[in-house]
Design a protein around this ligand. Structure first.
Ligand SMILES: [Zn+2]
Ligand SMILES: [Zn+2]
Length: 313
């Protein structure tokens, strides 16, 4: 799993930071990526990455402020032109369906693929055999959701010695067993996957939170998460603005991560008042409460692997 930031600014684009969007890359896990928010020019940002719009499988919208959705209609239109023919699922608060339908109709944008719009409420918004996504309302100035993405446990590692002892030949049967399916050998012997594989491996959990004041629901979504992505519009000095505008400080983000027992924190939605060289100062404020913390930059890419968050781009 990798996370790539396409826009990390708050409210308006600046030269350093575009408006909100990030890609959860699940290319190894499911051959696709998911987008969380789609601020203006997200598709332009994507042109500077290896992300292909045709591989976009789902879009989760945290709330309907323009800096989180104004890139969506253009992205939906381009996806079809760029070979995206599979269904696209769009999740977000009530009002998203009306906005997208009116925008597409009046601009005469015809999609050549199925678009399924799901207006979410708190609880499970998506589940299949390998992932579950839950949403809870946050505390912003308009209805806003945070999402918790959990990968279900993965089949255990293949124990080659045991498989050999059981008489399993090299080849496709090994793969079947490795993927959790029982098999029958040529001589009629049944071999159970659980007999030749180790215990199931835990999947990853990432919490992606929208604009919010400090709130218990954010802590709940981030509970024991491997990676928490939390807005940090303000710092200690500008903290008096956080409440009135429905936002958090970098310290609120760190507090959420520490109370949740999370393993790592990435702060995004950074006000244009902070210049790139202020990232160190923001990280230092967070580190008083929680570490490790990263201050996201546009195009920065992180990988969660073997229990560690690493910047890879
Ligand atoms: Zn915002
Ligand atoms: Zn907002």
């Amino acid at each position: 799993m990798q996370i790539q930031f396409l826009g990390t600014g708050a409210g308006m684009p600046s030269k350093q930071r575009n408006t909100s969007a990030l890609a959860l890359k699940l290319l190894e896990e499911r051959g696709s990526f998911w987008l969380f928010d789609c601020g203006e020019a997200t598709q332009h940002q994507m042109l500077h990455t290896t992300l292909k719009p045709r591989k976009l499988e789902k879009v989760f919208i945290t709330h309907l402020h323009g800096d989180h959705i104004f890139g969506l209609p253009g992205m939906l239109g381009s996806r079809g032109f760029l070979g995206g023919s599979g269904r696209l699922d769009l999740y977000g608060p009530k009002g998203l369906r009306e906005w997208i339908e009116v925008t597409l109709r009046i601009s005469r944008t015809h999609l050549n693929y199925e678009l399924a719009v799901h207006e979410v409420d708190e609880g499970t918004v998506f589940e299949d055999e390998s992932f579950i996504v839950r949403a809870l309302p946050l505390d912003h100035v308009v209805p806003c959701f945070g999402y918790r993405v959990e990968q279900k446990p993965l089949p255990g590692k293949l124990l080659s010695d045991r498989a050999r002892e059981a008489g399993v030949p090299k080849g496709p049967l090994l793969r079947e067993l490795k993927e959790g399916r029982d098999v029958v050998l040529e001589d009629g012997t049944a071999v159970k996957s659980s007999d030749v594989t180790g215990p199931p491996q835990p999947g990853f959990t990432v919490a992606i939170l929208g604009d919010t004041r400090f709130t218990a629901n954010a802590v709940e979504l981030a509970q024991d998460a491997d990676v928490v992505i939390h807005e940090a519009t303000f710092d200690r000095e500008s903290a008096h603005l956080a409440g009135p505008y429905g936002h958090s400080t970098i310290i609120d983000a760190a507090k959420t991560a520490v109370l949740a027992g999370a393993r790592s924190l990435i702060a995004n939605h950074i006000s244009a008042r902070f210049l790139p060289e202020d990232a160190e100062h923001l990280a230092a404020e967070a580190a008083e409460v929680f570490s490790p913390v990263e201050i996201a930059e546009d195009f920065a890419e992180y990988e969660w692997k073997d229990g560690v968050l690493k910047r890879i781009n």
